[in-house]
Design a protein around this ligand. Structure first.
Ligand SMILES: [Zn+2]
Length: 94
């Protein structure tokens, strides 16, 4: 459970249905406030991820061609991004 940004109680389920979409707000069971992932944080993390993907693509397809390493890196970084979203990106009121 993660903290609600309004009442500070741990009411937000970590594995809620909207964790990959980011569009639907979650309603706190304690104070009925609509909360969602911080838009600024989501934007920053998305930008970092896109920049990293471009860098990783150049390294594995132009500098040193290695398709398998590219695929493994994509899967690992995708898992890391999901964990960052679930556990690190703060919630805000919607
Ligand atoms: Zn709350």
């Amino acid at each position: 459970m993660r903290k609600c940004p309004n009442c500070n109680k741990r009411t937000i389920k970590i594995f809620n249905k909207s964790f990959l979409t980011n569009h639907k707000p979650i309603i706190c069971e304690n104070c009925n406030t609509k909360v969602g992932f911080s838009k600024m944080w989501t934007l920053i993390m998305t930008l970092i991820y896109v920049l990293w993907l471009i860098y990783y693509f150049i390294v594995n397809f132009i500098i040193d061609v290695n398709f398998l390493r590219f695929i493994i890196g994509l899967i690992i970084s995708g898992i890391i991004m999901i964990f960052i979203q679930l556990f690190i990106i703060p919630y805000e009121k919607r």
